[in-house]
Design a protein around this ligand. Structure first.
Ligand code: SF4
Length: 342
């Protein structure tokens, strides 16, 4: 089942049944098990879940950049109608950057420490378009201006270590934009940034969509607060599978999967006077040794015998919603109040 883009948005990116796996000595790690989603023009879609649930593997799978021996074992990725995963490597390279651009986590390690940021942006521009070095250098200055770096004409000659964490994140976004991509895959773009810097980066991403510099964004994050601030729709991922998808307002107003409910319950509330926030008990399972049945059952307050046997399918609901839970009605009735991690 495809997640539906907002009304009036033709799909820009369509992903169907993407599977990513990593062979390990003792097991096959199934990091992504049948991811299906779409992004319409002008949409920001969030992919949210705890660390280790397969979100980053999904982003790398979309670009066929899964590090070996990992591999994309199945799936289709279509950008503006072009099927990417079946392209020969040389052709696919043209779409990496200019079609789908990936902004990795950790801006500190993603930038080359011994090259000026301007040179790094120039290299990206010239890898995708036949422009002179001088023209590319001017474009690099413009790219830094676009992402809100003050005094860009001077700072383009600086090295990565001369930028703060928030400014490095902006440089990474400028680097991704230099190839003029259609869709940005932003992997935890605000992790490790303080709250005000985080707000600036989120505003920047929204302005790139509103100004039509980008066709769409897939925002990968563990932070539902970031999703609430920026996204139009959201997919909740657990142990390699999508367990719920909805518009952001539907998800927060009426979460239906016990995992989503627990994630939302663990968000700080400005008006609440709790001393301790509820946490989800237990750990994300090892993706090489998933529990039988519903992978969430060891942590789910509603789990019953059938949950230990049957894998719940993602079932469509109205308004583009979908939920993968055998006991959805009980969860919605409120029985799935999260347990405190004590
Ligand atoms: Fe919980 Fe069962 Fe639903 Fe899984 S299927 S989320 S274990 S109630």
């Amino acid at each position: 089942m495809l997640s539906s883009p907002a009304m009036g948005h033709a799909p820009l990116l369509v992903v169907e049944n993407l599977r990513v796996e990593f062979p390990r000595a003792d097991a096959i790690v199934r990091a992504v098990q049948g991811l299906t989603l779409s992004i319409g023009h002008g949409e920001i879609v969030g992919l949210v879940g705890e660390s280790g649930c397969g979100k980053s593997a999904a982003a790398l799978g979309l670009l066929r950049l899964v590090p070996p021996p990992g591999r994309v074992s199945a799936g289709r990725v279509s950008l503006d109608g072009v099927e990417l995963l079946s392209l020969p490597e040389k052709q696919l390279r043209r779409y990496r950057g200019a079609g789908l651009a990936y902004v990795p986590q950790e801006p500190g390690s993603a930038l080359n420490p011994v090259l000026r940021v301007g040179s790094q942006i120039v290299d990206v521009i010239r890898a995708h378009r036949p422009v002179s070095r001088k023209a590319a250098w001017e474009e690099a200055v413009g790219a830094l201006v676009r992402v809100g770096i003050p005094d860009a004409g001077r700072r383009v000659r600086d090295y990565p270590h001369q930028f703060s964490g928030g400014m490095k994140q902006r440089v990474l976004i400028a680097l991704a934009l230099a190839a003029r991509p259609r869709v940005l895959l932003a992997d935890e773009p605000t992790t490790a940034l303080d709250v005000t810097v985080q707000a600036g980066v989120l505003d920047l991403l929204r302005s790139l969509i509103d100004g039509r510099e980008l066709g769409g964004i897939l925002l990968i994050t563990h932070d539902l607060g970031v999703v609430a601030a920026l996204c139009d729709r959201v997919l909740v991922m657990y142990a390699g599978r999508i367990v719920e998808q909805a518009s952001v307002s539907d998800l927060f107003d009426d979460p239906r999967h016990p995992y989503t409910r627990a994630l939302i319950a663990s968000l700080p509330q400005p008006d609440a006077r709790r001393e301790r926030l509820p946490a989800i008990p237990g750990q994300v399972p090892d993706l090489g040794h998933l529990p039988a049945g519903c992978a969430f059952h060891p942590r789910c307050p509603l789990a019953e015998a059938q949950c230990r046997v049957e894998v719940p399918a993602l079932q469509s609901r109205t308004n583009g919603r979908a939920v993968a839970c055998l006991l959805e009605e009980e969860a919605v009735a409120g029985a799935a109040a999260p347990r405190s991690a004590e």
